[in-house]
Design a binder for this molecule. Structure first.
Ligand SMILES: Cc1ncc(COP(=O)(O)O)c(C=O)c1O
Length: 389
């Protein structure tokens, strides 16, 4: 049976071969800890690897001049990044705004903070999954301390107007945090040009790196105002019993995921070479082909915006009348070897907004290594399942 991977919104697969090679090299040859050795050649190589990865991330996301690359923090994933940022800056009595299509990696930390006295307000998005800039502008007429939003919905692929949102936040003097889980490596984002306070990314989706990697690209003043989530050994200022305030050490207590970061560094090199624009174009074409095919299937309803109804990435969720999306996913996998993702996608609020709560939807998300043939085979498979009893 042919195997077709269409769950790239969960994690991209396959990864470029250079990523696995870099992890293997680190595990079998390099392998020294960072800033925690005798400054041997191998120690310095690890330090060099980490600094090179910071430089790459700063370059990829347009890190603030004079601040990059030390204002790049590496984390385990974007969930970890968002927890660092949200819990590091929001205190009792503060007001935070977010949208109604967020992933639980934003909503759950906010609900926890709410229980501790932070005012959380959810700005409503349209049923197609878009936030209007006017809604944000209106909400900011009352003083807020932070705005956090996803760049792209992991349910319906809708892209939020982060350029306008950054301008509006800038005008109101409110820090702006973006969850770039679905867009990092696919859409060019320049934090310093836009004035983003913290860009949170995960390494294993569009960046094509290993799981267990992620990060934050900070605006320096904002980072300086946030407190760290975890404190401990940094390999620096070891005579002090309190966490160093210097970057990047402030937010990076404990040994980093060096094998993962070796892989992420190779992945960022690959993306720089291919360019995010070329990757996005390949995925856009595959997505449009998928959308066209799905729209021809009786009783199939795509969630969110269709082509021409608003900016989106090729993340397609749908339901078929009379069919359970979990059973459909299972049949796609068992009968046709097609990997998808059913259910609520860790985004119950988004599904409520899009009208697919509590049943959720079946999600297909092509990546740049899929082919047109795979898309056509998938459409045929969904068509057969729709007809089956
Ligand atoms: C929009 C969005 N935010 C956050 C996450 C969480 O990503 P991670 O599990 O890598 O922390 C995801 C993953 O699906 C996502 O799509």
């Amino acid at each position: 049976m042919k195997h077709i991977y269409l769950n790239n919104a969960a994690t991209t697969w396959p990864k470029p071969p250079a990523v696995a090679d870099a992890v293997y090299r680190f595990m079998t040859q390099d392998g020294a800890n960072v800033s925690r050795g005798s400054a041997s050649e191998r120690d310095l190589k690890s330090l060099g690897l980490l600094f090179a990865a910071r430089e790459q991330a700063a370059e990829l996301f347009g890190g603030y001049e004079n601040a990059a690359p030390q204002y790049v923090t590496f984390t385990q994933n974007v969930t970890h990044s968002l927890n660092i940022v949200l819990k590091g800056c929001l205190k009792k009595g503060m007001r935070v705004l977010t949208t109604s299509v967020e992933h639980n990696s934003v909503i759950r930390p906010l609900r926890e903070l709410e229980a501790n006295g932070v005012r959380v307000e959810i700005m409503p998005c349209s049923q197609k999954g878009f936030l209007s800039p006017q809604t944000l502008d209106e909400a900011l007429k009352e003083r807020a301390d932070l705005v956090v939003m996803t760049h792209c919905s992991n349910v319906c692929g809708s892209l939020q107007p982060i350029e306008e949102a950054a301008l509006i936040c800038g005008r109101h003097g409110v820090p702006f945090v973006v969850d770039c889980a679905q867009t990092a490596g696919i859409i060019d984002i320049n934090v310093s040009k836009l004035g983003i306070s913290a860009l949170c990314f995960t390494g294993h989706k569009g960046l094509m790196g290993p799981q267990g990697t992620g990060g934050i690209v900070w605006q320096p003043d904002f980072a300086d105002r946030c407190s760290p989530l975890a404190v401990g050994g940094t390999g620096s200022l070891s005579h002090e019993e309190t966490q160093p305030g210097i970057m990047p050490d402030k937010f990076e207590a404990g040994t980093p995921n060096l094998p993962g970061l070796a892989g992420l560094s190779a992945a960022m090199e690959y993306i720089k070479d291919k360019t995010p624009a070329a990757i996005a174009e390949t995925e856009r074409k595959l997505g449009e082909r998928l959308e066209e095919g799905l729209l021809r299937i009786n009783g199939l309803h795509i969630t969110g915006a269709l082509r021409g109804e608003g900016p989106r990435l090729p993340v397609y969720s749908f339901n078929i009348e009379g069919k359970d999306n979990g059973i459909l996913a299972r049949s796609l996998s068992d009968i046709y070897g097609i990997e998808s993702r059913p259910g609520l996608h860790c985004s119950p609020l988004a599904h409520r907004t899009l009208g697919t709560f509590p049943q959720g939807a079946l999600r297909l998300s092509p990546g740049c290594f899929n082919t047109e043939e795979e898309i056509d085979l998938t459409v045929e498979a969904v068509k057969e399942l729709q007809k089956s009893r």
